[in-house]
Design a protein around this ligand. Sequence first.
Ligand SMILES: [Zn+2]
Length: 342
Amino acid sequence: MRTDVARIDPPASMDTWLVEHFGSVDAVREQTVVRVLDRVTLDGTVFAPLRALRPVDGGGDGTAEDRLAAEIAATEGDPFCRPLEGTPAAAWGRVRGASAVSGANAAAYDAEHGVLVFDGHDPLAFDVASVADLLTLGRQWADAARAVDPSTDAYLFLWNCLWRAGGSIIHGHAQTLLGRGGHHARIERWRRDAAGYAAATGRSYLDDLVATHHDLGLIADLGGATLLASLTPVKERELWLVANDGVDDADLAFREAVGRMAVAYRDALGVRAFNLVLWCPPLDESWPELRPLVRIVDRGAPFVRPSDIGAMELFATPVVGSDPFEVAVRMRAALAGIRTVA
Ligand SMILES: [Zn+2]
């Protein structure tokens, strides 16, 4: 970790504007910038708190709930509202869950590429049970696809909620992928780093990652899994939910933990657009480095015009305004009030 102080000299003519947006002129005269680097994976983040406060173009109130509700309602009746007619089936068919049904992605980007379409239109109308069911449906989809093509084993579960998170269709849906010939690139990269750490130290990188967050008060215990407010978030408010030893992503304890995390993220942190991914070893393989884990990241208020990802994020080091210590406190408080289904 490294701390820098950026000093700037604003002209008096900017005083009113600076006070309005940043609280005071002194707040911008000397700014603390914190860089955190994971020396194992070289994942790093620049924490620049004022970035969260800076004025942005367009959208007015980026969190306007009524505008979002209207936008969601305006697309009701889309093809996903009638998934059996509006989405293709996989060559082998569909699987049906308690609150979603599978289809095939019309524009595939893997050997098998499914879409799990929520029964309800509103992408934010999920609860602990429906999220837990979604993960079960994902595994059922993978099992069905592999029964036809056993050479596929690199399973990925993705959930892009709303347009700012890359969702091209508003109707609630998650995606499932099955690839072959190695896992997806980021996961392979992470595994290589974790394996290097284990070879050099004899220790589990994932366990040490959890322990580091634990020591700093950045975790919450969710029963079958441990929640971390990441010290090196790839974007705002990144959380990791790591299955405890011996817990599988198909286990109810893990699936409900994912549901509780998603509900708290939406309700307590107010996140509307998010990306979620499930990382797990290739199916039928056991990797000593990786237990199932879910990552989730906030993609910002729906109607803000600039993208939250620029050249820094793509080519250098992500810049983040939110503080993981605050995220951890708020998540812990919210999770205490969210019950499991069972
Ligand atoms: Zn719909």
